[in-house]
Write a protein that binds this ligand. Structure first.
Ligand SMILES: Nc1ncnc2c1ncn2[C@@H]1O[C@H](COP(=O)(O)OP(=O)(O)O)[C@@H](O)[C@H]1O
Ligand SMILES: [Mg+2]
Length: 260
């Protein structure tokens, strides 16, 4: 049987805690020793905010998207493609996972257009060339992707990590697309975990403002990946132990499964 591919988005908040990061690396090591190939896409919102405040720059958010001027973009790329990407790679390497860190600007992986002039250097992904990922996977490496895209002017554009991950999961037609965050999954108005959602219920919950902020790009990325041919899309709690292994290997019903 050929190995199953899982594209995993690893959230800025779930990533922050050393014990969780170590547990995640252990899970990933085990999956890669078994019948899985994995691509990791990381976020880094808190780490970006921390550098921006050291630089004396402040950010405004519009619909969960950071308004990104040139100076902010420079800092975003320094953090995402620099410190965060390398620290994720190092944390995996410490668990014997041969991770290779790249950004969406490498090998034509992610191309984007300016989304909305008012948002500055925020990109709308227009083209994905996943051949560098296939190349790395075929040689046993775990690609670790920083969510930066190349704009029409060949300069960097900021893209939401969930959206970038969904585009990659779709382009690769990954068997699994998993978004790991620091919530149990998508919660109802009453704060209860919703075990599954489809396009219709998602639309309603966004209209009713039950799904807001950072959860919007997650559910939309799931729908996008599924429409492009990804197998299963899931929003999972990175704080509960070995949730990734339990879902992938034991088929445990965890988090929120998004259906087409
Ligand atoms: N219906 C919902 N269920 C769960 N979380 C939600 C919901 N609507 C909005 N959110 C928010 O989405 C956040 C997750 O997105 P985000 O902060 O961008 O995390 P990440 O760093 O993992 O991308 C949650 O912490 C929560 O505040
Ligand atoms: Mg987010």
């Amino acid at each position: 049987m050929s190995a199953s591919l899982a594209v995993i988005k690893y959230g800025g908040h779930a990533m922050d805690q050393a014990d969780l990061a170590a547990a995640f690396a252990t899970d990933l090591a085990q999956l890669n020793q078994e019948n899985y190939r994995t691509v990791l896409v990381h976020g880094g919102g808190p780490q970006i905010s921390s550098l921006l405040s050291r630089l004396g720059l402040t950010s405004r958010f519009v619909n969960g998207l950071r308004v990104t001027d040139e100076k902010t973009m420079e800092a975003v790329e320094m953090v995402l493609a620099g410190t965060v990407n390398k620290s994720v790679v190092a944390s995996l390497a410490a668990h014997n996972v041969s991770a290779c860190g790249i950004s969406g600007r490498d090998a034509g992986l992610l191309r984007a257009e300016i989304k909305d002039a008012q948002l500055g250097r925020v990109g709308n992904i227009s083209q994905v060339n996943p051949s560098v990922l296939s190349c790395l996977l075929d040689h046993g490496f775990v690609p670790v992707v920083a969510p930066i895209a190349q704009g029409p002017d060949m300069q960097a554009l900021n893209v939401n990590a969930d959206t970038a991950a969904g585009a990659l999961a779709g382009a690769l037609k990954a068997e699994y697309f998993v978004l790991i965050s620091d919530v149990p999954g998508v919660l109802s108005q009453e704060g209860k975990l919703l075990p599954s959602l489809n396009r219709h219920t998602i639309k309603t919950l966004i209209q009713e403002q039950v799904i807001t902020g950072g959860m919007i790009p997650k559910v939309e990325a799931c729908l996008f990946a599924l429409a492009q041919g990804a197998g299963k899309a899931l929003i999972l709690d990175g704080r509960s132990p070995s949730s990734l292994l339990r879902f992938l290997k034991n088929n445990e019903p965890l988090g929120t499964l998004v259906l087409p």
